[in-house]
Design a protein around this ligand. Structure first.
Ligand code: ADP
Ligand code: MG
Length: 234
């Protein structure tokens, strides 16, 4: 058995290492481009949260990710930061390059707010496609070449059908609160969206829980996803 003094020394070493990691583990060390880093700092984020620290580098590498973490852990920036990095700046020629699928209007609008704040210096344009809003307004918004579309599944399927909208330039897809997407009965719409995506694309799935249906969906739609879970950590 280790003596008390030895245990104290070990504790001290662990504490020092933690401190050092905290210092070197800022957003500044993630290799982010100027406009993206500025947006994060302007929003007042000084250090990445644990889920951001774990997911951002892996998503930046281009891997598909299934990430599980509780509400309030900072999942929005976990996908927005690498998404901005991937898209870089506004492009009027390519059309929609990123899709963010959310289960509810409220969450989608919240995500739009984060997109505007964190993406302030990127010049990227976002549009929302949500049930409950006028569909004409959404047609108009989609004609203005948004880089990012934040949508609820039902309305996205409806609008893209009506506009004969192809997703051929979509390279990045986020399913936020994915467990909710299934609980609210969007399985059919999600499959429909999956079918229309280009074969080469990056997909990330964020969820608080990982029910069986979600595992099946991830197996069908994601390519060798990296599973990142913080639910068991303290
Ligand atoms: P989740 O999607 O996991 O529920 P959010 O992305 O909504 O979490 O973030 C929860 C809150 O924490 C928000 O107010 C957000 O601005 C804040 N937040 C996120 N990341 C950071 C960070 N790195 N530093 C400080 N605050 C943060
Ligand atoms: Mg969230």
């Amino acid at each position: 058995h280790a003596s008390e003094a030895e245990l104290d020394t070990r504790k001290l070493i662990v504490e020092r290492r933690k401190k050092k990691n905290r210092k070197s583990g800022g957003f500044q060390c993630m290799g982010l481009s100027g406009p993206v880093l500025r947006g994060v700092l302007r929003k007042g984020y000084k250090l990445p949260t644990p889920i951001q620290r774990k997911t951002i580098p892996v998503i930046l590498e281009g891997k598909d990710v299934v990430a599980m973490a509780r509400t309030g852990s900072g999942k929005t920036a976990s996908f927005l930061v690498p998404l901005f990095e991937k898209l870089q700046s506004h492009s009027a020629r390519t059309g929609i390059r990123a899709l963010i699928i959310a289960p509810t209007r409220e969450l989608a609008l919240q995500t739009l707010k984060f997109t505007k704040e964190l993406g302030k210096f990127t010049g990227l344009r976002a549009a929302v496609v949500l049930g409950g809003d006028s569909i004409e307004g959404q047609f108009a918004a989609l004609h203005e070449n948004p880089d990012i579309v934040i949508a609820t599944p039902g309305r996205l399927v409806h609008v893209s059908f009506e506009m004969n909208l192809k997703f051929q330039n979509v390279q990045f897809v986020v399913f936020d609160e994915a467990d909710q997407l299934f609980e609210l009965g969007f399985a059919e719409q999600l499959d429909d969206i999956l079918k229309r995506l280009p074969e080469v694309r990056q997909m990330v799935l964020f969820s608080a829980t990982l029910p069986k249906m979600l595992v099946e969906f991830a197996k069908a739609g994601l390519f060798e996803p990296v599973l990142i879970r913080l639910d068991t950590e303290h």
